[in-house]
Design a protein around this ligand. Structure first.
Ligand SMILES: *Cc1c(COP(=O)(O)O)cnc(C)c1O
Length: 214
């Protein structure tokens, strides 16, 4: 199916209070423009260089979300324009985002990535590390005036076991609910976004169901 039709079909299944991030990594600008012309304005990328190339080429009313793992030394390349960084998993990274955002007189919104999957390989914080970072951020003396932590992001285990995925999403939602200042819960991809929404997701990151396989 064409990209615009995929997009409209998915949008029809997502409640109004859930934000759709169109994950366009590895796809050419011509594909992204099809989604843009169908009304999509939020795109997610997982490599800073690729996102920056697309930002330069594409209309300026697009919000660019960084959904991948971020290396501290590359933050400077996206600080001018990135609208939300999903995968923040260390204080060091948060401080670098703050430093680079200040250079551009911006406040960059961030999500803290929480580790919920069983797999070893996934990035993210455990609940103690999360609490420490949230406390640090809230203390004005620590000078993080150029970032705003607005929520959490998580990825479930890559499995067909729906009960397992549901358990992990519910776990993340329960952590999210403990922090009333947080408004955004980014969970759910092409294979599991409906379950994620049932479990309280407010932001889904969907790639292959819109743009096709990679
Ligand atoms: C690629 C990616 C997605 C989208 O995955 P699909 O299965 O193609 O929808 C979502 N989140 C992250 C972090 C990704 O890297």
């Amino acid at each position: 199916m064409p990209i615009a039709a995929n997009l409209l079909e998915i949008q029809a299944t997502i409640p109004e209070n859930v934000t759709l991030v169109a994950v366009s990594k590895t796809k050419p600008v011509s594909d992204l423009m099809q989604a843009y012309q169908a009304g999509q304005r939020i795109f997610g990328e997982n490599k800073i260089q690729e996102m920056t190339d697309k930002w330069e080429e594409m209309p300026k009313d697009i919000q660019w979300h960084m959904i991948g793992h971020v290396q501290t030394n590359k933050v400077k390349y996206m600080a001018e324009y990135v609208s939300l960084v999903h995968g923040v998993d260390s204080l060091k990274l948060l401080q670098e985002i703050n430093r680079q955002a200040a250079k551009h007189k911006r406040i960059i919104a961030c999500l803290l990535q929480v580790y919920i999957a069983e797999e070893e390989s996934k990035f993210g914080l455990d609940e103690n590390e999360l609490n420490e970072i949230l406390q640090f951020v809230q203390n004005d003396k620590n000078g993080l005036q150029n970032i705003k932590v607005i929520g959490l992001m998580g990825m479930a285990t890559f499995t067909d076991n729906q009960a397992q995925i549901k358990k992990e999403f519910q776990h993340l939602k329960s952590i999210f609910d403990k922090h009333k200042q947080l408004t955004t819960l980014s969970m759910g991809m092409s294979g599991d976004y409906q379950l994620a929404i049932e479990c309280g997701s407010t932001m889904v990151r969907i790639g292959s169901s819109i743009f096709g396989g990679r």
